[in-house]
Design a protein around this ligand. Structure first.
Ligand code: B1M
Length: 222
């Protein structure tokens, strides 16, 4: 198993799309947990690529190839995630905040919530605060879930919470935030209700949020 994970991590790191298809088939044939493979193989590969990018050992085209390879892995494995859709768990409007085009983590959170019984409305990437509020209202959502991978875009999470307060809508939606540069401190500072570090953590945390009647000062997180 650890050999397979490291081959998957390498294939994502070096953007080897043909190889990832075969490795995904090996995962499926051996009935291995897709979430574990995505996290410990795929995410590990992208982390190593991100590190190389920071150290100027990899450049934008490699980042794009790595991202595309990861998407192939997720697309192949998602249908094999254990479906827990036994009961309606709540409605979530999710998106990557304004200025940010990273969608791999957000997609993973959306899929994991969906296979765990949440009704998920995915707004995509580069989602403005207006669009979040409009679509959450239109869909009568329980939770607004915001993802950000860019430090420069994390500000829009704060903008959304501030707008909800100003427009007297704060009690209508629970707000959860996550993504690379986001941490519990940031979530608390901006007045979000919850933070999650991973997609699996987001499911656990959103389930907790659904049990809470009223917004409290205490941040929930995995
Ligand atoms: Co870019 N990128 N990127 N990138 N990219 C990062 C994020 C970066 C950390 C790389 C680095 O410098 N080390 C850096 C951001 C620095 C910062 O601001 N802190 C960066 C940069 C700088 C950029 C550009 C500005 C580069 C440039 O143009 N010069 C540019 C920005 C474009 C834009 O958005 N406007 C850019 C572009 C790209 C690509 C398009 C090439 C590609 C994205 C492809 C795509 O998403 N479709 C890309 C990639 C692939 C990366 C890295 C390598 C991988 C990101 C990823 O998908 N990780 C990344 C480095 C890294 O993260 N190590 C990097 C895997 C994914 C599963 O993890 O999204 O973190 P993640 O999601 C996790 C958790 O965070 C959590 O759950 C997921 C799974 O467990 N999570 C949530 C995520 N959202 C959540 C929401 C929740 C809860 C949990 O609740 C709502």
């Amino acid at each position: 198993m650890s050999d397979l994970l490291s081959r998957i991590s390498d294939a994502v790191r070096w953007g080897r799309k043909d190889e990832i298809e075969k490795l995904a088939e090996e995962v499926i044939a051996n009935n291995i947990d897709p979430i574990e493979v995505i996290q410990k193989g795929g995410v590990a590969g992208l982390d190593s690529l991100g590190q190389a990018f920071e150290e100027l050992e990899a450049f934008l085209p490699e980042l794009m190839m790595g991202g595309e390879t990861m998407k192939i892995l997720i697309d192949k494995l998602s249908p094999h995630m254990e479906n827990q859709k036994s009961a309606f768990a709540g409605k979530v409007v999710i998106g990557t905040v304004k200025g940010d085009l990273h969608d791999i983590g957000k997609n993973l959170v959306a899929t994991t919530l969906s296979v765990n019984g949440f009704n998920v409305v995915d707004l995509g990437v580069d989602v403005s605060t207006n669009k979040f509020i409009e679509l959450a209202t239109q869909n009568d959502a329980d939770i607004i879930a915001m993802s950000s991978l860019l430090t420069t875009s994390a500000y829009y999470m704060e903008e959304l919470v501030t707008r909800l307060v100003k427009e007297d809508m704060r009690s209508k939606f629970k707000v959860i935030v996550g993504g690379g540069p986001i941490d519990p401190n940031w979530a608390k500072t901006i007045g979000a209700d919850a933070y999650a570090r991973t997609a699996v953590g987001a499911v656990k945390t959103c389930k907790e949020l659904m049990k809470i009647e009223k917004i409290s000062e205490t941040l929930i997180g995995d």
